[in-house]
Design a protein around this ligand. Structure first.
Ligand code: FE
Ligand code: FE
Ligand code: ZN
Length: 278
């Protein structure tokens, strides 16, 4: 097994042990899951026996960190107060839950400001994070970099940095980069990978990148559209993705596929990557 942590998005509907078994069956040594239905709704109670079995299995198979993805409906910077309140309760609940899962990192989309403007949107996100991150320790919380469609916040590293700078306990606040989102946002990871990494380092800092999504892009550079393609079937291509995974600055990070695939498709993409990464 290589040193890379490669996995894919999986369901935890049947529990964590079942998800880990599924991950192992496709050659993964990390995975990502939704903390609850992606459209929102209540989260399932954690089953402590299932978690115990999962932790043993993950250790035995040398899993890397796993990513707990927040539901898309969680919009901390909405123009509507009730939407923000709901988002804050999801953030708080999810983060408490993630603390029970060994080596899990919580990840969310900064959200869409829907018209109140980037500055005010960012202030709302900062305010929410300041009520939940109340000390320097705990699982990583990651802001996912977005494509910048509509009024989305977080499609530039300057905006992500602005959020991090505003948070009092930002020691465990980082970012998750998504190859499709980066590319659609205008970061040319195909032709200018080193330059993109320099930009990241000069803004948020590469040490803050603690999660990576690997997707090809159905659209073009700077399209600000968010449609993932299977590896090799989009405008990024396998070569650029492999180079990104191999970048020394990302050593030890979990890389998860969110490509339009069923389990079998994930399996062949993971095998493809592992064969190219050797
Ligand atoms: Fe996401
Ligand atoms: Fe993503
Ligand atoms: Zn996406």
């Amino acid at each position: 097994m290589s040193d890379y942590y490669i996995g894919c998005h999986l369901s935890i509907a049947k529990g964590f042990e079942a998800a880990a078994k599924e991950a192992i069956s496709v050659g993964a040594n990390t995975f990502q899951f939704f903390t609850r239905n992606p459209r929102g709704g209540a989260a399932k109670e954690l089953d402590s026996l299932d978690l115990e079995r999962y932790h043993l299995l993950a250790k035995e198979h040398h899993f890397g960190p796993v990513l707990a993805h927040a539901p898309y409906t969680m919009n901390l910077c909405s123009d509507k107060e009730d939407v923000r309140k709901f988002a804050l309760s999801v953030l708080r609940e999810d983060y408490e839950r993630v603390k029970n899962i060994e080596d899990a990192r919580y990840l969310f989309h900064p959200g869409s400001h829907v018209g109140i403007g980037t500055e005010q949107g960012i202030n709302h996100i900062i305010e929410a994070l300041n009520t939940v991150l109340i000390g320097p320790e705990g699982p990583w919380v990651l802001l996912e970099g977005m494509t910048g469609k509509g009024s989305e916040i977080g499609s530039t590293f300057e905006e992500l940095k602005q959020i991090i700078t505003g948070v009092r306990f930002s020691q465990r606040l980082g970012v998750c980069i998504d190859s499709c989102h980066l590319h659609s946002a205008g970061y040319d990871i195909v032709n200018q990978l080193d330059q993109v990494f320099t930009t990241i380092d000069e803004t948020v800092g590469l040490h803050k990148v603690q999660g990576v999504h690997i997707n090809d892009n159905m659209n073009q550079l700077s399209s600000h559209k968010d449609r993932h393609a299977k590896l090799g079937e989009g405008s990024i291509g396998v070569h650029a993705i492999v180079k990104m995974i191999q970048h020394p600055a990302l050593l030890g990070r979990p890389f998860n596929l969110e490509t339009p695939n069923e389990l079998e498709g994930y399996q062949s993409e993971i095998h493809l990557l592992r064969s190219r990464l050797r």
